[in-house]
Design a protein around this ligand. Structure first.
Ligand code: SAH
Length: 372
């Protein structure tokens, strides 16, 4: 490499977005492509990749592992559910767990993952750890996909200030041939295929240097049979769990019930409000009472259609307003949450006031009339 040419580049190479973000985006794109449900990040450090992945709606189980408990603990609170997660529970379930331990050891809590990510991890491993790593990750955990990123030492001359390695804790940095031969041998040994790519493009004219970060994406060739998973795996736990968050989810009956009751009351209140304004407008004239007039707003239009087409008419009787459950069930959000009419009835039983035959929600408007 021409030294002047090289020096010129060392002044200007600056990745946009920063390289760590490009690596994390690479993983996110992979998640969006393969839609894994269970993802483990080995060497998760301050959990920044996990924080990004928790927003991927396909993921139901997220786990992090690091040998340094302190670095994980620093920001692990940011993986906890927020108040909004409780106010609007998600349809999917999500559990986030952090473990303290080494990738050189097997622990049953790392079984059953679809995707395992090792971003800038292997270059931090001592030789004996690196030797055990393939057996732990590919042999024991054996996920469908493994992604491994590591610095490409051929790019180092283009980076300002790099003398030997990019980070003082790195135990080695491989060139492209070294990484690829290790990866191909590992893939061959454990029945995976591997494809190479990277992030951080070299400048024009320096393409031979390759990506700044080299990446191997390993795909397991054969599906794992239930029997092989169970039989050979030791059960002794060696990792310490340092954090666990279970996100509120509509899959949990308690959150589903809250959401359904909230939505049912909201829908019923709006219907009641519309009904009352018509009632006031037309009084008790039986000819005109509770006929929904054409309206500019779509809620009234929808309600009007229901009344006309399906005879699911809410009505006022004395001090009581009755809104048929069938009407409420036909509203898309209630319908989607409950799935069946029977489920709606079950979830609201004892939580809202119903007519004596249980077919309608009942509101007493006596006090409302007094206030008016
Ligand atoms: N993956 C992170 C940061 C990687 S830095 C990111 O994408 O930003 C490497 C991390 O690996 C460090 O946090 C270090 O503590 C952890 N580590 C080093 N040796 C390890 C081992 N044997 N087992 C698990 N984690 C290890």
């Amino acid at each position: 490499m021409d030294k002047n040419f090289q020096e010129e580049f060392t002044q200007i190479i600056k990745f946009k977005p920063p390289l760590y973000k490009q690596r994390h985006q690479f993983v996110k794109d992979l998640v969006e492509k393969y839609k894994p449900k269970k993802v483990a990040d080995l060497g998760c450090a301050d959990c920044s990749l996990l924080r990004m992945l928790k927003f991927c709606s396909c993921i139901e189980v997220l786990a992090g592992l690091d040998i340094c408990a302190n670095v994980m603990k620093e920001k692990m609170h940011t993986l906890s559910p927020l108040p909004l997660d409780y106010l609007q529970p998600s349809e999917r379930s999500l559990t986030v767990t952090l473990h303290h331990g080494s990738v050189a050891h097997k622990d049953p809590c790392m079984l059953g993952f679809d995707l395992v990510t090792c971003i800038e991890l292997i270059e931090h491993l001592e030789e004996p750890e690196l030797k055990k790593f393939p057996e732990v990750v590919f042999g024991f955990m054996a996920p469908s996909i493994v992604v491994i990123s590591t610095p490409n030492s051929e790019f180092n001359p283009l980076l300002p200030g790099v003398m030997l390695y990019r980070h003082p804790d790195h135990k080695f940095e491989w060139n492209q041939a070294q990484f690829q031969s290790w990866a191909l041998e590992t893939a061959r040994c454990y029945d995976y295929s591997v494809e190479f790519t990277g992030v951080g493009h070299p400048p024009t004219g320096m393409e031979k240097a390759g990506f700044c970060t080299q990446i191997g994406v390993f795909i397991r060739k054969y599906p794992q049979t239930g029997a092989s998973v169970q039989s050979e795996k030791p059960t002794e736990a060696v990792y310490e769990t340092v954090f666990k968050a279970v996100y509120p989810s509509l899959k949990d009956e308690k959150y589903l019930q809250n959401a359904v009751i909230g939505e049912v009351i909201f829908t019923a209140q709006i219907i009641k409000h519309r009904l009352m304004s018509k009632h006031e407008e037309y009084g008790d004239d039986p000819e005109r009472k509770s006929k929904f007039q054409p309206s500019m707003d779509c809620f009234s239009d929808y309600l009007g259609k229901l009344v006309v087409e399906k005879n699911m008419e809410p009505f006022v009787s004395g001090n009581e307003v009755y809104i048929p459950l069938a009407t409420i069930f036909s509203f898309p959000k209630v319908n989607r949450l409950c799935g069946t009419f029977e489920k709606l009835c079950k979830l609201i039983a004892g939580k809202v006031t119903l007519s004596s035959d249980g077919s309608a929600i009942m509101f007493n408007i006596e006090h409302e009339n007094e206030e008016n």
